[in-house]
Design a protein around this ligand. Structure first.
Ligand code: ARG
Ligand code: MN
Ligand code: MN
Length: 358
């Protein structure tokens, strides 16, 4: 029998603790209603529409204790002139600093955290706060875009297209000091990052991905290999040396715009519903998910109420699937697993109880 997420978590709980394992039974939800990382207003309402689509009930139904931490309040400096061509650097930097503190606190308190954006510039603060608690984290960035521009390569000046550049140690001397970003020290090595779903990559981003040898899967790669193989290679790549906490940063525009129309930078030819569910099921099955972001749901951009509802309810499905909702149903009572502990005692574990050590 395959080891499933709950089984793996249980096994790890028996064998000892690392950063994320103590927090698997408690999920915290944190809203980040922020839109200044790009030009289109409305994405600040993402947390509200995702909650209204039933997020909290869905997570409570998965046997977690769910703590809704509400929404962060961001500060908007009166004057925030562009720096080079980068828009609203102080506002975006300050918001991300605040978010990183909140994420770090929640993770430190033992929760698995779900961060609801807001635009994807927030990926920086979220992952940076996570890294404060879990310096060995790895990052899975599911997106039509790599969001890897530096302030110098960005064609738009929008910071939601740049968060990953601020994270990577290897880009340290390619990223200028931006007002509002002095707190942001790079914390991630490029071998600890995998992209999935890419189909709109700027020239500067392509250059960086190639120069640094970043592992990425475009939609073409998913067409060729299938999502099963893509997830296998992704997890093998990230866990090759050791098991580590996962930060999943999920941009809703990874999905095809037919499924997720209410978003600011849609690109045709995205993930199918089934690919999205398989991807997130596999992440859950590692038992290593520690923080996830769900960003770029913009209800103002839906052509109709149905379009907005479809996008928000897809976001809820992605989060629920990442946290253990399965398509095969849940059978906790029948759940058992046989493990050989320390090569000595096979132990039968039944519903979290050690029934039969022999
Ligand atoms: N998080 C996003 N939706 N990012 C879109 C980025 C688009 C473009 N590559 C840019 O840098 O402006
Ligand atoms: Mn993005
Ligand atoms: Mn995107």
């Amino acid at each position: 029998m395959a080891l499933r997420g709950p089984a793996l978590r249980l096994l790890r709980a028996l064998l000892g603790h690392t950063c994320q394992q103590s927090r698997s039974q408690s999920v915290a939800v944190l809203g980040a209603p922020f839109s200044r990382g790009q030009k289109r207003r409305g994405v600040e309402h993402g947390p509200k529409v995702i909650r209204d689509a039933g997020l909290i009930d869905r997570l409570s139904g998965l046997d977690y204790s769910v703590h809704d931490f509400g929404d962060l309040n961001f500060h908007y400096p009166e004057k925030d002139e562009p720096y080079m061509d980068v828009k609203s650097p102080r506002t975006v930097g300050g918001a991300n600093k605040k978010l990183s503190t909140a994420v770090s606190r929640a993770v430190g308190a033992g929760h698995t955290l779900v961060m609801l954006g807001g635009d994807h510039s927030l990926g920086l603060g979220s992952a940076a706060g996570h890294a404060q608690q879990c310096p060995d984290l790895c990052l899975i960035w599911v997106d039509a875009h790599p969001d890897l521009n530096t302030p110098l390569t960005s064609p738009s000046g929008n910071l939601h297209g740049q968060p990953v550049a601020f994270m990577l140690k290897e880009l340290q001397n390619k990223v200028p000091d931006l007002p509002g970003f002095s707190w942001a020290k790079p914390f991630l090595s490029c071998r600890d990052l995998v992209y999935i779903g890419l189909r709109d990559v700027d020239p500067g981003e392509y250059q960086i991905m190639k120069d640094l040898g970043i592992q990425y899967f475009t939609m073409r790669d998913i067409d060729r290999l299938g999502i099963q193989r893509v997830m296998e290679v992704t997890l093998d790549h990230l866990m090759a040396r050791k098991q580590r906490p996962i930060h999943l940063s999920f941009d809703i525009d990874a999905f095809d715009p037919l499924l997720a129309p209410a978003t600011g930078t849609p690109v045709n030819g995205g993930l199918t519903y089934r690919e999205g569910m398989y991807l997130t099921e596999e992440i859950h099955n590692t038992g290593l998910l520690s923080v996830m972001d769900l960003v770029e749901v913009n209800p103002v951009l839906g052509a109709s109420d149905e379009a907005v509802q479809a996008t928000a309810s897809l976001a809820v499905d992605v989060i629920a699937s990442s946290l253990g909702q399965t398509r095969e149903g849940a059978h906790p009572i029948l759940f058992y697993l046989s493990v050989k502990c320390n090569n000595v005692h096979p132990v039968l574990v039944y519903m979290g109880m050690n029934l039969n050590p022999f």
